[in-house]
Design a binder for this molecule. Structure first.
Ligand code: FES
Length: 121
C-alpha cells in the first residue's frame, strides 16, 4: 500500500497518508479525504491551480498516465518539456511536476509538495 506524504508551508509538518494503489482516486481526492489543502478549481486538468511537485521516495519511478489535458496544461505553465513527456510515455520516467487532479496513485511511495498558491509548486 503506497504512502503519500504531503509537504507544504500550509502544513505544520509533513502529513503521510496511506492510499490504495490501483484506486482511481487522484492525489487531489486523497488530499481532500485527509483535509490537505491543495489549491484547486476545475478538478478537470484545465486550470493548473492544483500544480504539485512529486518526488518518488520508494518503488519504481513511473511516469506514464499523463492525460492529454495534463500535458497541455503543464506545457502552458512551462512545467514540462516535450522531452520530459517522451521520457514519461516511452521510458516511464516520472516528470517533476503534475496536476493533483489528474495524478492517479500508483504502487509507490511519493512526496507531494505544494506551495499553497494556486499553480505554485
Ligand atoms: Fe484545475 Fe487540477 S484543479 S487543473
Amino acid at each position: 500500500m503506497p504512502n503519500v506524504t504531503f509537504q507544504s508551508p500550509l502544513l505544520h509538518r509533513n502529513v503521510t497518508v496511506y492510499a490504495v494503489a490501483g484506486d482511481t482516486a487522484s492525489i487531489l481526492a486523497v488530499a481532500d479525504a485527509h483535509k490537505i489543502p491543495i489549491p484547486h478549481d476545475c478538478r478537470d486538468g484545465e486550470c493548473g491551480s492544483c500544480l504539485i511537485e512529486v518526488v518518488t521516495l520508494s518503488g519504481k519511478t513511473m511516469g506514464s498516465a499523463l492525460t492529454e489535458k495534463e500535458k497541455t496544461q503543464l506545457k502552458s505553465l512551462g512545467k514540462i518539456t516535450s522531452d520530459e513527456i517522451r521520457l514519461a510515455e516511452v521510458d516511464d520516467i516520472a516528470p517533476k511536476y503534475r496536476l493533483a487532479c489528474q495524478y492517479i496513485v500508483r504502487d509507490q511511495d511519493i512526496l507531494v509538495k505544494f506551495t499553497g498558491e494556486p499553480g505554485g509548486a
